[in-house]
Design a protein around this ligand. Structure first.
Ligand SMILES: *[C@@H]1O[C@H](CO)[C@@H](O)[C@H](O)[C@H]1NC(C)=O
Ligand SMILES: *[C@@H]1O[C@H](CO)[C@@H](O)[C@H](O)[C@H]1NC(C)=O
Ligand SMILES: *[C@@H]1O[C@H](CO)[C@@H](O)[C@H](O)[C@H]1NC(C)=O
Ligand SMILES: *[C@@H]1O[C@H](CO)[C@@H](O)[C@H](O)[C@H]1NC(C)=O
Ligand SMILES: *[C@@H]1O[C@H](CO)[C@@H](O)[C@H](O)[C@H]1NC(C)=O
Ligand SMILES: *[C@@H]1O[C@H](CO)[C@@H](O)[C@H](O)[C@H]1NC(C)=O
Ligand SMILES: *[C@@H]1O[C@H](CO)[C@@H](O)[C@H](O)[C@H]1NC(C)=O
Length: 460
């Protein structure tokens, strides 16, 4: 699990059993089950298509219009943004999607029933826009909603899923669909719940990919972490939002980190918890806070979608967004899993506390064990851990230390590591590589006494 061979993933899915439906069949339930299984075969196809075409294996990186512009978007702005993604060197470090969020359409569908791009703000049409974006060597994303309307009350895709999937992918040429959860119909109409409404679109995307033979739209679920999407969303799409919307301030970032500390284990290849779009460069985040924000999003394998006004992005903003050593962990081709906390730190382990999330995290990577230390306090702090607190460290070994923010090799750690004076809301990102047996003669002989019994029956 978590290594390149991910064939063991999602057993319920691969066995073709949808756990949403009970085994006991009355005639009514059996009808429902029949429909569910028919729909499930498409679902399986959808996953199959993404994996066959090798799309969505790693977290999506790119730009999304919402955090910087909300509804104030148009084709000029989006094309200029795409050009900046190229000219600022962001595409070179992996940001290759340019995604259009809410408010791009007319308020009403055409007489034929299709969504129409806003005629004033997108006068050249969406096909022209995706052609331009593709012409820059980038991919393009679009937005819709599982209800009657989007969150800004433009047409949603409920009951138009197949039509809209075809429009977005084949006629407009988009590569990704962000799918929101506003303005959803009464349960009395659908009897489907969130999973059912998102399954409609997943099925439509899969069916359309099957006919076209081309890679499917990537499906980015945006239902804000309702009903534990980390348990089921990977069957339907490639990422799932885990929380309510982000805002550009430390309390929002800290709260998102806190919530995700309890389910960051769920991300792996082809399925990623989405911590929401980046606020690096926005609001009143300090440099240290923005670094911490970017590190957490990267190491938890969240999609990395820039959301700041790029035309006047500061050198600090670009330095953060272009930290290739941190991005490499997010885009690790060998290990798909995220970092998880091994100690909460100032609070007892497993404490949920929106202002003071877990402080000590680790995870596997292609090149060694990654550590992430977060100083959640409002003052500087020394941070300490024993290496074997992380499950990915071998006892009795020493480790070379690479600092992924200062880009320096920081000697060798034996048994433990202290980082002095971590700034308020600051982060430390380290890569530890096995550097052989620890030096002889260290007392006590074992890092953890509990696991250190001599065969004569006494503790060493
Ligand atoms: C496009 O949007 C940007 C940002 O909201 C705005 O400054 C600009 O005037 C708009 N341009 C057109 C042609 O509408
Ligand atoms: C591992 O190290 C290689 C060589 O330095 C580098 O190219 C690659 O990006 C690293 N992988 C990760 C996941 O950091
Ligand atoms: C969160 O943790 C801090 C630090 O331990 C504590 O002072 C505060 O009371 C906690 N807040 C809640 C709501 O438990
Ligand atoms: C670190 O290891 C030392 C020595 O075994 C032990 O006394 C200490 O409690 C450990 N600290 C943590 C935080 O695990
Ligand atoms: C690693 O070394 C650099 C350069 O001396 C220093 O700035 C940085 O704080 C060190 N990192 C840690 C985690 O000690
Ligand atoms: C850290 O490890 C060293 C051995 O490298 C040991 O001498 C020291 O006591 C340890 N510190 C703590 C606080 O456990
Ligand atoms: C058991 O082994 C330990 C460590 O090797 C040694 O220090 C101790 O003297 C031994 N005790 C007995 C009763 O042999």
């Amino acid at each position: 699990m978590g290594k390149a061979d991910d064939s063991s993933r999602s057993p319920a899915h691969t066995k073709g059993v949808s756990p949403r439906y009970p085994i006991v069949l009355t005639s009514v339930v059996s009808l429902t089950l029949g429909v569910a299984l028919a729909s499930f075969s498409l679902l399986h196809g959808g996953k199959h298509h993404a994996e066959v075409h090798r799309v969505g294996r790693l977290p999506v990186m790119g730009y999304n219009t919402w955090n910087a512009y909300h509804c104030n978007i148009n084709e000029t702005l989006i094309l200029e943004t795409a050009q900046l993604v190229k000219s600022l060197g962001l595409a070179d470090v992996g940001y290759n999607y340019v995604n259009v969020d809410d408010c791009y359409s007319e308020k009403k569908r055409s007489e034929d029933g299709d969504i129409i791009a806003d005629k004033k703000r997108f006068p050249s049409g969406m096909k022209w826009l995706t052609d331009q974006i593709h012409g820059l060597g980038l991919k393009a994303g679009i937005y819709s909603d599982a209800g009657w309307f989007t969150c800004a009350l433009y047409p949603g895709s409920f009951q138009n899923e197949a039509r809209d999937a075809k429009l977005f992918r084949e006629e407009w040429g988009f590569d990704l669909l962000k799918y929101d959860n506003c303005a959803v119909p009464f349960d009395k109409i659908t009897r489907e719940n969130i999973i059912g409404r998102y399954t409609r679109m997943a099925d439509a995307i899969a069916a359309q990919a099957k006919v076209s033979g081309k890679p499917p739209l990537l499906l980015s679920l945006c239902e804000w972490g309702r009903e534990q999407p980390w348990l089921w969303a990977r069957r339907l799409g490639q990422s799932w939002r885990t929380t309510n919307d982000i805002t550009p301030d430390w309390p929002s970032i800290a709260s998102i980190i806190d919530q995700n500390s309890f389910y960051s284990w769920a991300s792996d290849f082809y399925g990623h918890g989405d911590l929401d779009m980046l606020e690096v460069g926005n609001g009143d985040l300090t440099f240290e806070e923005a670094k911490a924000h970017f590190t957490v999003w990267s190491f938890l394998k969240s999609p990395l979608l820039i959301g700041t006004h790029l035309a006047d992005a500061t050198p600090e903003t670009l330095e953060i967004l272009k930290n290739t050593e941190v991005i490499a962990i997010n885009q690790d081709p060998v290990v798909g899993t995220a970092v998880t906390p091994f100690r909460w730190g100032i609070n007892p382990d497993w404490t949920a506390n929106a202002s003071f999330p877990a402080q000590y995290w680790s995870g596997e990577s292609q090149n060694g064990t990654v550590f992430m230390l977060l100083n959640t306090l409002d003052e500087p702090a020394d941070m300490f851990f024993n290496l074997t607190e992380s499950p990915w460290i071998r006892a009795g070994r020493q480790y070379s230390v690479r600092d992924l923010w200062t880009h320096s090799d920081n000697g060798t750690a034996v048994r433990n590591l202290t980082v002095a004076n971590v700034p308020p809301h600051g982060v430390v990102a380290l890569l530890l590589r096995d550097a052989g047996d620890e030096p002889a003669g260290i007392e006590p002989q074992c890092a953890v006494r509990e696991w250190c019994m001599d065969k004569n029956g006494t503790f060493v």
